[in-house]
Design a protein around this ligand. Sequence first.
Ligand code: AMP
Length: 288
Amino acid sequence: MKVVNTIADLRAQVKEWKAEGLTVGLCPTMGYLHEGHASLMDASVAACDRTVASVFVNPIQFGPTEDLATYPRDFDHDCKLLEEHGVDLVFHPEDSEMYADDFCTFVDINTLSDTLCGASRPIHFRGVCTVITKLFNAVNPDKAFFGKKDAQQLAIIRRMTRDLNFDVEIVGCPIVREADGLAKSSRNTYLSPEERKAALILSRTIRLGQDIAGGCERSSAKLLAAMRANLATEPLADVEYVEVVDGLSMQPVEQYKDGDLVAMAVRIGTTRLIDNFTVGDPAIDVAL
Ligand code: AMP
């Protein structure tokens, strides 16, 4: 496995592969990798001849009061995991390689970024769209792999790819969870033991929502009331949002249908966690 720090070196390697007629998969990450990230690598290695993973904590997707400075980093561990999962090339740039001092061009997306996480993180998806555009331009991948854990991000990248005619297939990968149901996240490391237990309220509430949505109930208000009541049973949980939105437009729906997204953001102590399910997907395997 090769590690490169510059866009020039990244391009040179991908160019060689393309000249040999090989297909290339891209898995963008911010590092501190876990099995959720590894599932993207596995999907790419299975579907493409060569896999590029990026490890870059993208500063422009963090708001001024967010956790950019404390975001966990362990590049040696990341490389070990990436190598074990068959990644061919790791792109690990410095901030200055991605953003010159006078950088001033951004890719922004309307509507889909107004709801859910976008409502409280106004510059977040602009930062995501910009860095993914830069990575698409640098790698020109055949396929790019993203987790359904960040379902709004996935919907936004699909739309951006269509709207801007990127010649890449976007592949969504299922949420990978801990044995007790908590969705794997680099930010889980912030949780104290007490908070780690309290955090199970997210996956339990997802499971409750799946049970209700799997029956004949179609009213978003009723589904959300039951989910909010369940979240309220956990004193450490501070709910930012629980919403039902159309799976493509990310806009709230009164009556939900298969393919719509039920998503939540909840603070446990100071740690902001997200989880979601798509209506019609099989129920997750966790105790209520
Ligand atoms: P991040 O490093 O948090 O920016 O995540 C990089 C990619 O890994 C994104 O496409 C995430 O959606 C995906 N990812 C993170 N956690 C999980 C998980 N638990 N299951 C599946 N994909 C995940």
